[in-house]
Ligand binder design. Structure first.
Ligand SMILES: Cc1ncc(C[n+]2csc(CCOP(=O)(O)OP(=O)(O)O)c2C)c(N)n1
Ligand SMILES: [Mg+2]
Length: 353
């Protein structure tokens, strides 16, 4: 039986602060760092514009991921293009990093069928809203790739709350038993809507859970894009070389409401949110790049303008989609529709105009 060491408890960091210097990272050059920055700005712009579009009534309820861009971009940049990504609703726009049009994801938030893509086009699975149910899907896909002798790996994103779900346990255990090439990336943003982490687990860290499955557990500062990148590279390398799954706990803090339908003032620590905003992940990387002399104002402005234009085009294209036929909602619901179905549908069409 393989021996599994206790999870790493210290938070890994690469980007320094007032007290700690930046740590050197092997094998990354200026071009890579700027690509990473471009991804961060794309996600940040997508997220901020989406909140505006929601307020303007142009998309439906939206799950904000402000300050979680680093754990998303850092991990995706550690993958090969054919590795599979299984997002939760919190990573709804992660497909943009694989070339998916913004219009597709915006259409998803508009509840329009154009928001559903063929996962095989991008190796990005559908956005998963039920908590943790995609963990077994990802474990199964990764196991299948291993059985076929392919070197593809998969990564699955889920939250701290998801670790209390049966599906998380089933997926993690299955991946470990089959030694599937899977990275389990837990975004520990310390809240599951209004349920704090302290009500979620009595374990000292979520990474400690990994030992129970017989897999390595790592804790990283989820606001440090390079620490997430480094930890994911190691996990992907382990997976590819037959070493099985890894659990990564990316420690972040939810600095925005759970979603546009939530008002967290009733439960969240407002001062802590303000602290997090001061130290948010995109600004931290920007300052790091400036310290290295890699990012100047003109380049930053050019990247921001590019991302803003992509969003402008994206919402225009999503809004130009012809309205969907409401019959689609029922297409897979009945083998034999009830007798009243035809008249009910006609009534619905009449109401929708
Ligand atoms: C199976 C299931 N139960 C309940 C819900 C309702 N729900 C939506 S988000 C959420 C909280 C999840 O918290 P966490 O896993 O920490 O992810 P986060 O929202 O913080 O990214 C819950 C309980 C759901 N979507 N699916
Ligand atoms: Mg959470």
């Amino acid at each position: 039986m393989a021996q599994v060491l206790p999870a790493e408890r210290d938070l890994r960091r690469v980007i320094g602060d007032d007290e700690t210097p930046d740590r050197e990272l092997d094998g990354v050059d200026a071009r890579f760092l700027l690509d990473l920055y471009r991804s961060l700005i794309l996600l940040r712009t997508y997220d901020e514009r989406s909140v505006v579009y929601h307020r303007q009534g142009r998309i439906g309820t939206y799950a904000i991921f402000w300050n979680h861009e680093a754990m998303q971009a850092g991990s995706v940049h550690a993958l090969a293009d054919d590795d599979w990504i299984f997002p939760s609703y919190r990573e709804s726009a992660i497909g943009l990093l694989r070339g998916m049009p913004a219009a597709t994801v915006l259409s998803w938030w508009r509840g329009h069928p154009a928001g559903w893509w063929n996962p095989a086009d991008y190796n990005v699975a559908s956005i998963c809203v039920p908590i943790a149910t995609h963990v077994p899907h990802a474990a199964g896909l990764a196991w299948g790739k291993k059985l076929r002798g392919e070197s593809t790996t998969a990564i699955v994103y889920f939250g701290d709350g998801a670790t209390s779900e049966g599906a998380f346990h089933e997926g993690a255990n299955f991946a470990a038993v089959t030694q599937a090439p899977l990275v389990l990336l837990c975004n520990n943003n310390q809240w599951a809507i209004s349920t704090p982490l302290s009500a979620q687990t009595h374990a000292e860290t979520l990474a400690d859970k990994a030992a129970g499955y017989g897999m390595p557990g790592v804790r990283v500062d989820g606001g440090d894009v390079l620490a997430v990148y480094e930890a994911t590279c190691e996990a992907v390398e382990r997976a590819r070389s037959g070493g099985g799954p890894t659990f990564i706990e990316a420690v972040t803090y939810r600095a925005a409401p759970h979603a546009t339908a939530d008002d967290p003032k009733a439960y969240i620590d407002v001062e802590r949110v303000e602290e997090e905003k001061q130290n948010e992940c995109v600004g931290r990387f920007e300052r790091y790049l400036q310290r290295l002399g890699i990012l100047d104002d003109a380049t930053a402005a050019e990247i921001k303008a590019w991302a803003t234009e992509l969003m402008r085009e994206g919402i225009a294209a999503a809004e130009a989609e012809p309205p969907a036929d409401p019959a689609l909602l029922f297409e897979h619901a009945f083998v034999d529709p009830p007798a009243s179905f035809g008249s009910d549908l006609a009534e619905l069409r009449r109401i929708l105009g």
